[in-house]
Ligand binder design. Structure first.
Ligand code: UDX
Length: 436
């Protein structure tokens, strides 16, 4: 099929490359000339395992190309909208201006019979609103929403072998032209047995925000238990193991720690609340306000713990291990790790941070932040170590060898990934979050 992908950020770049891998002819369109040039050379503009290889094989096959020219959209019959929907500045709602602009661009360069498929995360009601903007002079297009569930760090696998597909089409009709087009696009994963839900626009929009709201709630639930555990001498990791054995609950996404961040969960739960207020349904999602507050309290708790362990913070040398919002990503958007590092610096600590891939992005956000290339350099002379992103190389640090590098054996394991006994055995003062 001849496809276009409008927006070549995290979502769009991976999606375009994945679609070419599935055998389609794909043009990715983005306004950012630098990003387009990088992608056209086969360079991933961000760190995502496996993306570089996927891009290169797509470009070599001749099925994948990138352009800044919206005119390139006229070569495709099915268009994916994969632009960002960031949080509005100073408000909880989502900024839909990029989605609106992308849709207008597709209408300007599309033709009768084209299918327009949104992938971006949008508030419920957006597709209805977009469809109402189609004028008499615009081409007769069919509109659908096909939410994306990819996780950073696993984006390639999540795109090529998704755990489910959702097609939101007008009236939820399976014989809709867009549903038929999408079935062709995803012919391979569907043949391989990927579950498919064909539904209406509103459900498809809600599926995505509901999934992210549930995941955020699960994390904040266990972090609330961590707060209780801290006050009562219980251990939240054992608690999570014990409740996680109940198949109805499940152990995944029950890792207590410094909480969730990134470009999705925080902004999506806030946009969901803002949309609920507009619908007069604020009470239905009022719990998400608590989910957000619990999450942010965990960041403050790490800063507080640092103060407790050091006695006083000003002038003290702190090694921060990790800046990305999660491992296998260079993304620092709403990163708990970066926020803790900045808060400690603001409190007067001499912070030296290391992250295998996110240091440059972190410095772009906070030019004053001191970063070094390796954990060893960050640890040298540190009076306190804080593990904030659970990269493998940090999880595998040897407590005895690490003790040789620092000037004070104090560690906060803000992701609860270290073995407390091993660290305490090597003479460390160890603190996890919600752990004895
Ligand atoms: C998320 C959704 O998982 C994905 O389906 C959606 O498409 C986009 O948003 P992502 O932002 O890549 O994906 O990260 P995810 O793996 O969900 O982790 C989000 C945050 O939660 C990270 O900061 C992570 O460290 C944190 N987390 C995750 C926990 O604190 N505890 C856990 O048990 C799991």
């Amino acid at each position: 099929m001849r496809l276009s992908v409008v927006g070549c950020g995290y979502l769009g770049a991976v999606h375009a490359a994945a679609m070419a891998d599935l055998g389609h002819d794909v043009v990715g369109v983005d306004v950012d000339a630098r990003k387009v040039a990088q992608l056209a050379r086969g360079e991933a503009p961000f760190f995502e395992p496996g993306l570089q290889e996927l891009l290169l094989s797509g470009l070599r096959s001749g099925r994948l190309r990138f352009s800044t020219d919206p005119g390139a959209l006229s070569s495709a019959d099915l268009h994916f909208i994969a632009v960002g929907t960031p949080q509005l500045s100073g408000r909880a709602g989502a900024d839909l201006s990029y989605v609106d602009a992308a849709f207008a661009q597709v209408l300007a360069h599309g033709k009768d019979g084209d299918v327009v498929v949104g992938k971006s995360t949008v508030p419920v009601g957006t597709v209805e609103r977009l469809s109402a903007t189609v004028g008499d002079d615009d081409p007769r297009v069919t509109l659908a929403w096909n939410p994306e569930f990819l996780r950073e760090g696993h984006a390639v696998a999540d795109s090529l072998t998704p755990d489910r597909l959702v097609f939101g089409v007008a009236d939820g009709a399976r014989d809709d032209a867009a549903a038929a087009g999408l079935a062709q696009v995803y012919e391979k994963p569907l043949r391989d047995g990927t579950p498919l839900i064909v539904t209406d626009w509103a459900t498809a929009e809600l599926v995505k925000v509901a999934a992210n709201a549930f995941l955020a709630t699960k994390i904040s639930f266990i972090n609330a238990m961590a707060e209780i555990a801290e006050a009562t001498g219980a251990d939240v990791t054992q608690l999570a193991d014990a409740i996680g054995h109940d198949a109805r609950i499940g152990r995944r996404f029950l890792n207590a720690g410094v909480g969730f961040g990134g470009g999705c969960l925080p902004k999506d739960i806030r946009a969901f609340q803002a949309r609920a207020v507009e619908l007069g349904l604020a009470d239905s999602v009022v719990f998400l306000d608590e989910v957000d507050k619990i999450n942010l309290r965990r960041r403050a708790r790490v800063v507080e713990l640092a103060g407790e362990l050091l006695g006083s913070t000003p002038g003290r040398r702190v090694a921060v291990l990790g800046l990305a919002f999660k491992p296998d990503s260079d993304d620092v958007r709403d990163s708990p790790a970066l926020e803790v590092a900045c808060a400690l610096r603001a409190a007067g600590a001499e912070v030296v941070a290391a992250d295998p891939h996110a240091a440059a992005n972190a410095r772009a956000r906070d030019p004053e932040l001191v970063t070094v290339d390796s954990a060893e350099e960050a640890l040298a002379g540190a009076e306190l170590v804080i593990l904030l992103t659970e990269w493998r190389e940090f999880r595998e640090l040897d407590p005895a060898r690490t003790a040789q590098l620092v000037s004070g054996r104090r560690i906060i394991d803000a992701r609860n990934v270290l073995d407390p006994e091993a660290w305490i055995g090597a003479g460390w003062e160890y603190r996890g979050l919600g752990r004895r």
